[in-house]
Design a protein around this ligand. Structure first.
Ligand code: FAD
Ligand code: PHB
Length: 391
């Protein structure tokens, strides 16, 4: 097999990249270990920042998003006895949209189907070769046939946090930074109308809680738990009573309405950045190069921003034989990656309890400041609603 760009991973980064490249007349093949049904039902992100929506709009990918997503002007920040609304539109003139990653992935898949995109699902043993030459290639196994070879001009690793492509960058040039947080999130999806109009981020002595949503009839909620937590230790009743306590059921007459839980999982919390994001003819985009804890709702948006930079860079390299943007890709992408890494760490450390009473006092002071000073609130709003793609 031969193509211009071999894309590893059919998550949002890989699918969006194949779409943007096709709009520039560049052919690609997308390789994916999982089945399409699995990829499209994997419950993950829910918040799209304004620059993500703008980019999808500009490339004809936002029709269903506009019809079915909900615009949120801001978020609530709360702690026992207090709830404050931060209005991003008033603060920085931008809003966010609630739209599940599942829905975005389906939209991207359908757009690629309409264009006749070549996908290869359910592969294994993916390996990247010869990236320091002009003739890189990928090998994989499919239906028991090992060593299938896809030749390309460029390989792009969009294979997420557990992918293989980042390890193809030689150790002598690779640099990584990592932080593992001493807590995890227990996430649930519930068939119940959200008890709030916009997301609630709650600090509580028992641990952080987040009330998010997917639609007018589906709620998404999270609880801070210990990293080793077994999901079986958390019955539905225990989850709802912890959520009620931490989200302030009864506070100023507010009520949390429980409902049937349809999905439960425990997610680790990690920050990870790798550089460079390009070596020779291999480029990395999205979670393949960086991971943020979900508190800032940045992971999916960062993946989209990387692709927004990478597509024109590859068009320059492959169509105009101009490597300027390709050579600048890693530095340009990493500037935004580190901004989002800092913001995600900042939100995470402000909201999660550590058991240390000194930390708790600092967090309460920070929350009071962010909720009462428009300068501080603007900083949060500017980062949460999203900086421009080229930031
Ligand atoms: P992925 O979506 O992980 O896609 C990578 C793909 O590559 C996968 O389909 C995988 O199966 C495939 N793959 C892996 N290895 C190989 C291989 N060897 N060969 C071929 N294919 C391979 N982000 C936000 O912006 N906002 C949020 O609100 C938010 N909430 C989140 C909540 C949760 C519970 C989780 C888990 C994440 C959340 N994120 C959020 C993060 C977001 O989901 C990720 O950052 C996003 O999925 C990254 O997209 P990606 O395409 O880079 O990687
Ligand atoms: C979600 O809806 O899944 C979600 C929302 C905001 C976050 C993280 C996850 O910060």
């Amino acid at each position: 097999m031969r193509t211009e760009v071999a894309i590893i991973g059919a998550g949002p980064a890989g699918l969006l990249l194949s779409h943007l490249l096709a709009q520039d007349g560049i052919e690609s093949v997308v390789l994916e270990t999982r089945s399409r049904a699995y990829v499209e039902s994997r419950i993950r992100a829910g918040i799209l920042e304004s620059s993500t929506v703008d980019l999808l709009d500009a490339h004809g990918l936002a029709e269903r998003l506009h019809a079915e997503s909900h615009e949120h002007r801001g978020i609530y920040l709360q702690w026992p006895g207090e709830r404050h609304h931060l209005d991003f539109v008033d603060l920085v003139g931008r809003s966010v949209r609630v739209y599940g990653q599942t829905e975005l992935t389906k939209d991207l898949g359908r757009a690629r189907d309409a264009a006749g995109q070549q996908f290869v699902y359910e592969i294994s043993d993916t390996a990247v070769h010869d990236i320091e030459t002009d003739r890189p290639y990928v090998t994989f196994t499919r239906d028991g046939e090992a060593g299938i070879r896809l030749d390309a001009d460029v390989v792009v690793g969009c294979d997420g946090s557990f992918g293989v492509s980042r390890t193809a960058i030689p150790e002598r040039v690779r640099q990584t930074w990592e932080r593992t947080y001493p807590y995890a999130w227990l996430g649930v999806l519930a068939d119940v109308a959200p008890s709030t109009d916009e997301l609630i981020y709650a600090w509580h002595p028992d641990g952080f809680a987040l009330h998010s949503m997917r639609s007018p009839t589906v709620s998404r909620l999270y609880l801070q738990v210990d990293p080793g937590t077994a999901i079986d230790d958390w019955s539905d009743d225990r989850i709802w009573s912890a959520l009620a306590a931490r989200l302030g059921h009864g506070q100023d007459g507010w009520e949390l309405t429980p409902g049937p839980i349809t999905d439960k999982s425990v997610l680790p919390m990690r920050s990870f950045v790798m550089q460079p994001m390009r070596h020779g003819r291999l480029f990395l985009a999205g979670d393949a190069a960086h991971i943020v804890p979900p508190t800032g709702a940045k992971g999916l948006n960062l993946a989209v921003a990387d692709v927004g930079l990478l597509a024109p860079a590859l068009a320059g390299l492959l169509r105009k034989r101009d490597a300027t943007l390709a050579d600048a890709y890693s530095d340009n992408a990493l500037r935004r990656v580190w901004r989002c890494t800092h913001f995600s760490w900042w939100m995470t450390t402000m909201l999660h309890t550590t058991g240390d009473p000194f930390d708790a006092q600092l967090q309460r002071s920070q929350l009071t400041w962010v909720s009462s000073s428009s300068a501080a609130a603007q900083g949060l709003a500017e980062n949460y609603a999203g900086l421009p793609i080229g930031f």
